[in-house]
Design a protein around this ligand. Structure first.
Ligand code: TYM
Length: 329
């Protein structure tokens, strides 16, 4: 079986973008691959976190993976910080990554601008830790949203560079970017991506929003004065709502356009809201149910950390030997 790796940060409240751009595809792909899904808590501390909140959110995220439909017996669902190989491989890969490459990362530039008081080395080498995540498991495929594409490219560059020096050590991973939902935009400013760090709460639908809130946010979504439901770049607000509706219902954009031909934005927004509620409500209920089952979740965490550690160590030992670290006696 081919290997799949992906991860999500437990920072802020997850949005519908995280679900439609990533988690939903993870579930679809999970039968086809040997899967590793990590809660990347080590990435989270590149910006300052409150420890208790981070711990709570990391657990909620791990539970959400399972609630979304990933069977934790078949998929390795674990905390990044529980497998020390991530940090060990990241160190080695740091020595094969150029400052100039990292300087070009748009996410670094964005985050550095936003957290000007804390531009730490971890924020700068963030993509190297991400490369380590992926390469540690010899992943063939990495399902992500469009915003992670550049990080996947640098991962491939680092892996190829390493392989050119030491022989075929790493599998070169491919990004998997879904056709619908790969870039969900802000409901208030549809040329910006929907983001958990948006200050305007109406801009994002959070995965834990209740039905009334979801309906209200959809009804208030910014559209335009064209008064026609068409799928085109000139109408980014409408286009985004079509993307959301189509990702939630499985209908294609053309089918959606046909369905709402001649109808008003008001009707359409209600339908979009209802489609989101129908996807998020069962997810929330399952997450609530699982949260109560502490012993079960703890068991998963322990078992899967061991499993991930086993695979991680296989790659790590190989890499350590290649670069010339003395053998363990
Ligand atoms: P993160 O935590 O920001 O986002 C998790 C996933 O959600 C996708 N996403 C979106 N997709 C569509 N529309 C949106 N508006 C939207 N917002 C977010 C992201 O593309 C991502 O797939 N660096 C990563 C986490 C990471 C990782 C990895 C991912 C660490 N190591 C290894 C893959 C493989 C991140 O910050 O994602």
């Amino acid at each position: 079986k081919k290997v799949l790796f992906s991860g999500m940060q437990a920072t802020g409240n997850l949005t519908l973008g995280n679900y439609l751009g990533a988690l939903k595809n993870w579930v679809t792909l999970s039968d086809e691959y040997e899967c590793f899904y990590s809660v990347v808590d080590m990435h989270s501390i590149t910006v300052r976190q409150d420890p208790a909140t981070l711990r709570k959110r990391a657990r909620a995220l791990l539970i959400l993976y399972i609630a979304a439909g990933l069977d934790p017996k078949k998929n390795c669902i674990y905390y990044q910080s529980h497998v020390s190989g991530h940090a060990e491989l990241a160190w080695i890969l740091n020595c094969f990554t150029y400052m100039g490459e990292l300087n070009r990362m748009t996410q670094f530039k964005d985050k550095a601008a936003k957290h000007a008081d804390n531009i730490n080395a971890g924020l700068f080498t963030y993509p190297v830790l991400m490369a380590a995540d992926i390469l540690l498991y010899q992943a063939d495929v990495v399902p992500v949203g469009v915003d992670q594409k550049q990080h996947l490219e640098i991962t491939r560059d680092i892996a190829e560079r390493f392989n050119n020096i030491y022989g075929d050590v790493f599998t070169i991973p491919e990004a998997y970017i879904g056709k619908v939902g790969a870039k969900i935009m802000s409901l208030q400013d549809p040329v910006k991506k929907m983001s958990k760090s948006d200050e305007n709460p109406n801009a994002s639908i959070y995965l834990m929003d209740d039905p009334d809130t979801i309906m209200r946010k959809c009804k208030r979504a910014v559209t335009d004065s064209e008064a026609q439901i068409l799928y085109r770049d000139e109408q980014p607000g409408v286009k985004n709502l079509i993307n959301i509706y189509s990702a939630c219902t499985g209908k294609t954009a053309e089918e959606v356009v046909k369905e709402f031909d001649g109808r008003g934005y008001g009707d359409f927004k209600v339908a979009v809201g209802e489609s989101v509620v129908s996807v998020l409500k069962p997810l929330q209920e399952e997450a609530a149910r699982l949260t109560k089952d502490k012993a079960y979740i703890d068991g998963i965490i322990k078992e899967n950390a061991e499993k991930a550690g086993y695979y991680a160590n296989k790659t790590l030992r190989k890499v350590q030997k290649k670069v010339g670290f003395p053998e363990r006696i």
